[in-house]
Design a protein around this ligand. Structure first.
Ligand code: NAP
Length: 257
């Protein structure tokens, strides 16, 4: 029987077919999970609708994660259509381009707030909104996407690294808070993948090359490898794991010199 037969999930962060969120959604759907998707703004609606055409029982809703009203509307609709909810995938991040490109010391107050609101706080807001639906299902699995720049200073990653450090701490605090309700919260720290968001990082192509040369597996990771790890962290195969950051980076993070 498929691993996630009869389960439901919601995926935030599909922009196009190269999005990590889309690779994860395909893996979850393959294992039988019924999915809701959100898109930010009309610009991306058509993309998401086109991708999801092959999943006729899916739900597609607008959601800018900076809006509490939009978050509430999404979970009301999901509750009406799905009843409960078993999983939430957070694959959303943003920092203003000038704050990523400037010297880190020149990071603006507004940019700092925006990056933390969209990339870290949103995990708290979305998880809180999902809580009543997880409780209906009797359990929940939350998964977020992070990067090594949360732990170490990575050239060009700048403000996003600080926001990811906040996201990783948020994962631990949510996991500690919600564990007694049988809700697990984990993250995947993915090696670099060529997506829309990644192109906002100055020197990203050089980063890809460097990772492929230095990682123990001597290559970059495939979207499918990230998606399969996500499937593990969302399914009951990882029932004893919460508050963790799992690296899917070809081993890059273990290398010293
Ligand atoms: P992506 O396809 O561009 O996905 C990023 C998503 O975040 C987009 O759908 C984007 O929508 C959405 N987003 C931004 N601001 C939002 C807001 N206010 N409300 C709702 N959604 C918003 O890029 P990706 O690389 O797959 O990124 C997914 C996650 O993986 C991110 O957390 C990223 O930091 C993480 N990650 C990526 C890499 C990598 O190398 N690509 C490595 C490690 C971790 P818009 O396009 O409309 O802004």
């Amino acid at each position: 029987m498929p691993l996630l037969q009869g389960k439901t999930g919601i995926v935030f962060g599909v922009a196009n077919k190269r999005s990590i969120a889309w690779a994860i959604a395909q893996a979850l759907s393959r294992e039988g999970m019924r999915l809701a998707f959100t898109y930010q703004g009309e610009r991306l609606k058509a993309n998401v609708e086109e991708l999801c055409a092959a999943m006729p029982d899916s739900l597609i809703l607008p959601c800018d994660v900076t809006s509490d009203a939009e978050i509430d509307a999404v979970f009301k609709e999901v509750g009406d259509k799905f009843g409960g909810l078993d999983a939430l995938v957070h694959s959303v991040a943003f920092a203003p381009r000038e704050d990523l490109e400037n010297d880190f010391v020149n990071t603006s107050r507004e940019g700092f707030k925006t990056a933390h609101d969209i990339s870290a706080y949103s995990l708290v807001g979305l998880t809180r909104a999902a809580l009543p639906l997880f409780e209906k299902s009797g359990s929940g699995a939350v998964l977020a996407l992070t990067y090594y720049g949360a732990e170490k200073a990575v050239e060009g990653y700048n403000l996003m690294g600080v926001a990811k450090a906040s996201l990783e701490a948020t994962i631990r605090y949510l996991a500690a808070n919600l564990g007694p309700k049988n809700i697990r919260v984990n993250a995947i720290s993915a090696g670099p993948v060529n997506t829309l968001a990644a192109r906002g990082i100055k020197g990203f192509t050089g980063m890809l090359k460097h990772h492929a040369e230095r990682a123990p597996l001597r290559r970059n990771v495939e979207l499918e490898e990230i998606a399969n790890a996500a499937l593990f962290l969302i399914s009951s195969m990882s029932a004893g794991i919460t508050g963790e950051v799992l690296f899917v980076d070809g081993g890059y993070n273990i290398i010293g010199l």
